[in-house]
Write a protein that binds this ligand. Structure first.
Ligand code: GDP
Length: 323
């Protein structure tokens, strides 16, 4: 039975990945940071099916112990301060967790289980003010937020441990990926939650920032499969994972509101509080390497994704009302 250790297991990707690995017969260990009120909202399906190990990304000793205890074949490092907008008011925390702590995790693996395979969650935000369209593995980075800058460090330290110590370490450059489990502050989930609340009469308007931004949005449930595939190859490597399509926030709005028979222009209010100090205007990935070498492909389309998210939010908000 293969063993996997996941950091960030209570997040969107971590919870889908844990379900996927359990399905494959893995013994799954989830790193859990001590908090006074733990949040298992995303992890309901796995809560009693995985082994929880205590540890904190900022504390190397705890990570070494977690790796020793779990004795993993595969380590997925998904934990981070993952919200771009929060990285301006908290640039040091973001740098500490999202950048430096990748080294903590790599060190823990190098010290306690050097032949474990390691996955680092890199991000399309590293491309920022894009230097090439579409973006692929060889496109130079130009991050536009403290978050993007931190992810560039995490990316290169992973490459460096592979080259320095011969570790099987991969970096997955994943473009935006969403689902009904996406955090409510991200634009997609903010919109689908807003649509549900407006449709059910709980909210009158939806306040947003730059709705001209373009993103390559895929489904998280498809993307976690690519993480696993990266760790099943003969040689470790880095891969872009994307849908190869770009859509504006406006198009996301149109699709989500029209799903419930409404026009977004009647409800959306532009609010400068949600405009960022520096913006990533356009992201579109070229994932031909992943298609060819990993045999990976996206299964859920843009409109299926939007519909899935709106439908789930309507169900959830309805249940809240009747509760
Ligand atoms: P990101 O690509 O990781 O930053 O994902 P987000 O979902 O947070 O943001 C995607 C895009 O939506 C960015 O270009 C934001 O500037 C834009 N956007 C416009 N209005 C909002 C808003 O109210 N909240 C968020 N999170 N993003 C917004």
């Amino acid at each position: 039975m293969k063993r996997a250790l996941i950091t960030g297991v209570t997040g969107q990707d971590g919870s889908y990945l844990a379900e996927f690995l359990l399905e494959k017969g893995y013994k799954v260990f989830g790193l859990r940071r001590r908090t006074s009120t733990p949040n298992y909202e995303n992890a309901m399906k796995i809560r009693d099916r995985i082994e929880w190990v205590s540890g904190d990304l900022t504390d190397l000793a705890s990570l070494i112990e977690a790796v020793r205890l779990s004795d993993p074949d595969e380590v997925y490092n998904l934990a981070a301060q993952s919200y771009v907008a929060a990285s301006w008011p908290q640039p040091i925390t973001t740098g500490h967790i999202t950048a430096l702590c990748v080294t903590n995790m790599l060190e823990a693996v190098r010290i306690a289980k050097p032949d474990a395979r390691f996955y680092q969650a890199s991000s399309s935000e590293m491309f920022g003010k894009v230097l090439e369209v579409p973006q692929k593995e060889t496109t130079p980075f130009y991050p536009r937020s403290p978050y993007g800058v931190a992810k560039v460090y995490g990316h290169w330290i992973t490459v460096n441990y592979r080259e320095s110590f011969g570790m099987y370490a991969c970096s997955g450059i994943l473009f935006n990926h969403e689902s009904p489990r996406r955090g409510l502050e991200f634009v997609t989930r903010k919109i689908t939650d807003g649509v549900a609340r407006i449709k059910l009469g709980l909210q009158a308007e939806l306040r947003l920032g730059n709705i001209d931004a373009l993103r390559d949005w895929g489904y998280a449930g498809d993307y976690i499969k690519a993480m696993w595939l990266m760790l099943q190859q003969e040689e470790p490597d880095d891969y872009v994972i994307s849908t190869e399509e770009t859509h504006s926030v406006k198009e996301f709005l149109e699709t989500a509101f029209s799903f419930v028979g409404l026009d977004y222009r009647d409800y959306v209010v532009l609010d400068s509080r949600f405009v960022r100090p520096a913006e990533v205007d356009l992201l579109i990935g070229d994932c031909s390497k992943a298609k060819q070498k990993l045999g990976w492909k996206q299964e859920v389309s843009f409109s299926e994704l939007v519909h899935m998210m709106v439908a789930e939010d309507i169900k959830r908000v309805r249940a809240e009302i009747s509760y």
